[in-house]
Design a binder for this molecule. Structure first.
Ligand SMILES: NC(=O)c1ccc[n+]([C@@H]2O[C@H](COP(=O)([O-])OP(=O)(O)OC[C@H]3O[C@@H](n4cnc5c(N)ncnc54)[C@H](O)[C@@H]3O)[C@@H](O)[C@H]2O)c1
Ligand SMILES: C[N+](C)(C)CC=O
Length: 502
């Protein structure tokens, strides 16, 4: 297999049908990391055909494979992920720019997702018996796989977002075609290799590396795709989702977020509480350089504690060690691309023009031994004095920008936190448990953390209110996305109904 044979269709690794390739860049220095196949619509078609054949009766009969065997395969994949933990963490770090430690955490989370869905399907009963009101009827609702799933993933958590689709899809007995982001496809290629090594039959798992248009678009439109599952931005997600819905496919969309981190002054009443809330505000906003769908990019803080909090935040943000994700001691990597860097710069410029005050950052850092001049680095930035009409408040910046808004009453805090077209995640910080729970209950977001930020669990559903998406990943609902329900009504004493007299 040559390096650019990154398309896997019907059990065979190959190059793009056109022979086209794409250079994958290391965001830390903009040098070429790998060369991959640049698939096109023809490759997408071949992959869907393979997945269709494998679903409808191909070798291995994956949809009809006993649940215990499917679960066992998922567990083997989990073991292989752990065997390759360092290698995959390195791939992910070099491809996305995230630190090696962030890469390791991702591999562990991916492993947990595979184990969780293996356990979930094993612990289920075979169906739900329904009381049909007659002893002569046996009525049961069973689950069946949806069919051929098309999966589209983003560049910020390539392997993790792939696993949230691949693990439940396989657990449920589906076949699939995945198209990773053209910016960061490498770890997903590795995952497909592990699925093959674990013994998945040919045609069940297919990957086409390539661009959103034409590959993703073709998958959205393809008549033989049954489910279109997309994780990415609002604009491309709604466009692709509309194409899928036009063909009456099932869709699942995991889109962006503009996530509030609401801090009440009582959480900062003690030195320990203050230190924790500041530390977690940094974690919320600047982990993976803010390139996280659930990043706590909007700090919404009680006015009385704002000056002290923001001063400490800015002091610590300035100390964050920026550099190549694989370098020792680095805490934050570069942005993923030149395009992302320029987008972040434009948001900061527009915020300053609209009256925000720069407390720290707002620039590209000086090059150093861990920060090549050609890398896409941007300093963690705190913008104070922000308000709802600013573009930086309304749009997802997806970079290391933390904006500050203030409130004086609980109602005002809730109104600000809900004042977004998104609704993915958010946090409430308060020493008053009743207040924290009351506010959490009023927030219109899919995940709420109380006195914490960022943890997610494979057993808890993940997804968004509002324009953050349609459907849920993880948890039992994350498995249900990949299944159809079928009601089987069995009459044990059939007789004529005589509805028609003749
Ligand atoms: N909700 C979540 O769980 C979650 C998780 C991670 C990332 N995200 C979101 O992802 C976004 C960042 O990722 P991105 O920049 O890669 O997003 P993006 O929308 O630019 O691309 C995502 C994927 O869609 C593909 N694509 C683009 N246009 C397409 C089209 N017309 N048809 C089909 N596929 C198409 C891309 O090639 C890529 O694979 C952010 O908005 C972030 O919030 C959401
Ligand atoms: C879903 N999550 C938080 C892992 C990654 C979002 O970008």
């Amino acid at each position: 297999m040559s390096a650019s044979e990154t398309i896997h269709v019907d059990g065979v690794w190959r190059a793009a049908a056109t022979g086209a390739t794409r250079e994958i860049l290391d965001p830390a220095d903009a040098k070429t990391l790998e060369v991959v196949a640049e698939g096109g619509a023809e490759d997408a078609d071949a992959a869907v055909e393979a997945a269709r054949r494998a679903f409808d009766g191909g070798a291995g009969q994956w949809p009809r494979t006993p649940v215990a065997e499917r679960a066992a395969l998922l567990r083997r994949v989990a073991d292989l992920l752990q065997r390759d933990r360092e290698e995959i963490a390195l791939i992910e770090s070099r491809d996305t720019g995230k630190t090696l430690e962030e890469g390791r955490v991702d591999v562990d989370d991916v492993t947990n997702a595979f184990r969780y869905f293996a356990d979930l399907v094993m612990n289920e009963s075979g169906g739900r018996v329904v009381d049909a009101g007659s002893p002569d009827v046996h009525s049961v609702v069973v689950h069946e796989p949806v069919g051929v799933c098309a999966m589209i993933t983003p560049w910020n958590y390539p392997l993790l977002q792939a696993s949230w689709k691949v693990a439940p899809a396989l657990a449920a007995g589906n076949t699939f075609v995945i198209k990773p982001s053209e910016v960061t496809p490498l770890s997903t290629v590795h995952l497909i290799k592990l699925l093959v090594e674990a013994g998945l039959p040919a045609g069940v798992a297919n990957i086409v590396t390539g661009a959103g248009v034409p590959v993703g678009q073709r998958l959205a439109e393809h008549p033989d795709v049954d489910l279109f599952s997309f994780t990415g931005g609002l604009v491309s997600g709604t466009k692709a989702g509309a194409a899928a819905v036009a063909g009456a496919k099932k869709i699942a969309l995991e889109l962006g977020g503009k996530n509030p981190n609401v801090v009440f002054a009582d959480s900062c009443a003690t030195d320990e509480g203050f230190d924790t809330a500041v530390d977690q505000a940094l974690n919320a906003a600047f982990a993976h350089s803010g390139q996280v769908c659930s990043a706590g990019a909007r700090l919404i803080i009680e006015e009385s504690v704002r000056d002290r909090f923001v001063a400490e935040l800015a002091r610590r943000a300035e100390k964050i060690k920026l550099g190549r994700g694989t370098a020792e001691g680095v805490e934050c990597g570069p942005l993923v691309s030149q395009q992302q860097l320029e987008k972040v710069e434009a948001y900061v410029a527009s915020a300053l023009q609209e009256g925000a005050q720069l407390r720290c950052g707002g620039r590209r850092p000086e090059p150093s031994d861990v920060r090549p001049a050609t890398g896409y680095f941007y300093s963690p930035t705190v913008l104070d004095g922000c308000h709802r009409d600013m573009k930086v408040i309304r749009e997802e910046t997806f970079g290391p920008i933390l904006t500050v808004e203030t409130f004086t009453t609980e109602d005002e805090a809730v109104a600000l936190a809900n004042d977004t077209e998104y609704g993915l995640a958010g946090a409430v910080w308060s020493a008053d448990t009743a207040r924290a729970r009351r506010v959490a209950a009023r927030l219109r977001h899919g995940t709420i953390w109380i006195n914490d930020y960022h943890p997610y669990l494979p057993q808890a559903e993940w997804g968004g209110f509002g324009k953050s998406g349609i459907g849920r990943e993880l948890g039992p609902a994350g498995l249900d996305e990949y299944r159809e329900s079928k009601h089987v009504y069995e009459n044990l004493r059939p007789e004529p109904v005589r509805w028609f007299a003749g």
